[in-house]
Design a binder for this molecule. Structure first.
Ligand code: 5GP
Length: 624
């Protein structure tokens, strides 16, 4: 089923060399994305008529409220029409409607009484100024907005008097109050930017949505074509559309600022929106899909284990929204609503990049990598067959199908879930220095050990060779028998091991743990092949890659140290470093390019000190 989904993408992508299925209607700095849905065009006339009516009504409304905050007036009107206004107490639910009706009737009666009293008072007043004042008050009382506000006031005060101040309904009143205040703030803040009217018109529900498209606030939505309609296909986190909560996936956009979208290609819509700024009025047919209740999304933090270039991805549904990243980057995934395309921010980008970007979802990435591998294998197989055919070699045994072999995604690296970890003062993380020979990592380790021996230490290795006269078991080495070494090796107790002159040597996790328990920092110089086992050891290593500088600079540095390597040796160091980075770069927490031994040393110290002062990202599995 998933494959057919993939194939769907493949077909669409191949048929769409010229255009994307979704178009961003507002991307940072340049463009906008939009959406569309299928509905009969007979509604259009009715909707236009409705729009005109609405426009007229708005104009009338605004004429009468110039002396007050125009938004406040609108809000008051909405509030007065909202049955939930006032104290929305579920214990009064059954009586709510009756109470509201009687409240508004009482309020109207009170106002009429007041008006009559004022009229009477006006007759009794003798000076012109007082009469004018009374006239002004009567005008105010006659205004619809004032009547509505007074109705609300009456409803609220009636509810208030019904709740006995001596018997609070809940013990969390203060917390609830604060929460309600925050919610009210958020919704008012949202209303400052956006507004919506939902109207039942000839049995069809249409929505007029007004959004403010500020220069620096992207709209953050994409549109797709559905027959001749333009439909919202994706609402991206962090954009004005998402924050307003007024545009939803599946809504058909009939018009924007009075311009009809029916029959328009998404590219045209994209171009149209690019030119628009300020207030955008969308006429929508809301999606018939039932909206899931808004829930607080939990952010998942991941480290990427592959490079991603959106401009090079034919499957990406909206190119403008793709988020590029590199192997090792930390990504904050804020939405997995679409399992194929997650929404994420790159660590550090959140402040200057309000709109989230699209990244391939984990299983989608695994599937397409598998597909890629299968295709490569098949093409190799095919080429092999051709080669055999050319050589006129008899039928060879049919090999197992590569497709059937490639059903396991485990070795395809995509993302690893990460968490922040702050090392405790008494349990310092071991520092693993990685790099090709001659990159200087061993010198850096020696320098740290000689300058601060009370702070840094190396793990005591195991060996199968006999001890020498001056050596003590547990100081220079742990001297063990070959069978004992082999047993420990088989049990995975060594981070690394090797053979030298027919003797075995190795560093055990227990030796490293012994240093950690002593409160010192264990320094390790390791080969990349040890990284995997070190990571699964629960020692929480901090891995620093010591990279060589340019070939010329490396030659100078080595010459200063008294060695004169051949150019091919220098090339080999650099090539080895490149290979290490290519294959294991995603495991490196930091990289130091060793241009100058003193600078590299200071950078190393800085990174080590930072572990005490700042939390670092580590695989979440380490903390379980
Ligand atoms: P020696 O036996 O003279 O002390 O050390 C001989 C060699 O054993 C060292 O130069 C080093 O290459 C290797 N060696 C020493 N300790 C270790 C260790 O912990 N792991 C590995 N792989 N080799 C070691």
């Amino acid at each position: 089923m998933i494959m057919s989904h993939m194939n769907g993408y493949v077909q669409e992508a191949s048929g769409q060399a010229k255009s994307h299925r979704e178009r961003a209607v507002d991307c940072p700095g340049e463009e906008l994305c939009l959406v569309k849905s299928p509905h009969c065009s007979a509604h259009m006339e009715r909707i236009q008529h409705y729009q005109e009516e609405l426009k007229k009504k708005r104009e009338e409304d605004s004429r009468g409220k110039h002396d007050i905050d125009p938004n406040a007036s609108l809000r008051l009107k909405k509030l007065s029409q909202n049955p939930k206004v006032g104290i929305d107490n579920p214990t009064f639910e059954g009586k709510e409607k009756a109470t509201k009706d009687s409240c508004s009737q009482e309020a109207v009666v009170e106002l009429v009484d007041l008006l009559q009293a004022l009229k009477w008072a006006q007759h009794c007043l003798t000076d012109a100024q007082s009469q004018q004042d009374a006239e002004l008050i009567m005008q105010l009382l006659a205004k619809e907005d004032f009547k509505n506000a007074y109705t609300i006031y009456s409803a609220v005060s009636q509810q208030m008097t019904r709740v006995s101040p001596n018997s609070p309904l809940t013990a969390q009143a203060k917390d609830l109050c604060q929460e309600a205040l925050m919610q009210a703030h958020d919704s008012v803040a949202g209303q400052e930017m956006s507004e919506e009217d939902v109207v039942e018109y000839h049995g069809e529900t249409v929505k007029l949505v007004r959004l403010e498209k500020a220069r620096d606030t992207p709209l953050g939505a994409t549109v797709r074509n559905d027959m001749d309609s333009v439909v919202v296909s994706r609402v991206v986190k962090g954009g004005a559309a998402e924050r307003s909560g007024l545009l939803s996936e599946g809504d058909e956009i009939l018009e924007i600022n009075g311009i009809s979208l029916r029959g328009k290609h998404v590219n045209e819509v994209h171009d149209l929106l690019q030119q628009m700024q300020g207030t955008l009025t969308f006429l929508l047919i809301p999606s018939s899909q039932i909206k899931p209740a808004p829930h607080r999304q939990t952010v998942m933090h991941v480290r990427a284990y592959f490079d991603y270039d959106p401009s090079d991805d034919p499957f990406l549904p909206c190119r403008e929204l793709g988020l590029s990243f590199q192997k090792g980057d930390i990504l904050h995934v804020i939405s997995q609503d679409d399992p194929s395309w997650w929404q994420a921010y790159r660590d550090g980008d959140e402040d200057n990049q309000p709109l989230a970007g699209l990244i391939p979802g984990k299983s989608f990435q695994q599937q397409r990598e598998t597909l890629k591998r299968t295709m490569t294998d098949r093409s190799r197989e095919h080429q092999g067959k051709l080669w055999y055919a050319k050589k006129n070699i008899k039928k060879r045994k049919k090999s197992t199908s590569t497709l059937s072999r490639n059903t396991d995604y485990d070795d395809i690296l995509t993302y690893e879930e990460m968490s922040l970890y702050h090392q405790p003062a008494n349990r310092k993380r071991p520092i693993a220095l990685i790099g090709p020979t001659k990159s200087g990592h061993d010198e850096l380790r020696r320098r740290l050990l000689s300058i601060e021996p009370e702070k840094f230490a190396v793990a005591v290795p195991h060996t199968t060779r006999n001890s020498r006269i001056h050596e003590r078991n547990g100081r220079e080495y742990h001297f063990v028998s070959r069978p004992a070494f082999d047993t420990d090796l088989a049990a995975g107790k060594f981070i690394e091991s090797g053979e030298y002159e027919k003797n075995l040597y190795g560093t055990s996790t227990d030796s490293v743990r012994h240093i950690i328990n002593s409160g010192r920092i264990c320094l390790l110089c390791l080969h990349t092949r040890s990284l995997q086992i070190l990571r699964s050891s629960n020692l929480k290593p901090y891995v620093i890659f010591i990279a060589p500088p340019s070939q010329e600079r490396l030659r100078t540095l080595l010459a200063t140290g008294g060695t004169t390597p051949k150019p091919e040796e220098l090339k080999e160091v650099i090539e080895k470093a490149r290979e290490m980075e290519q294959n294991f770069g995603h495991f490196f927490d930091a990289t130091i390019v060793n241009m100058d031994p003193d600078q590299a040393f200071h950078e190393l110290r800085r990174l080590i000190d930072k572990l005490d002062t700042e939390p670092q990202w580590v695989p979440t599995s380490w903390l379980c």
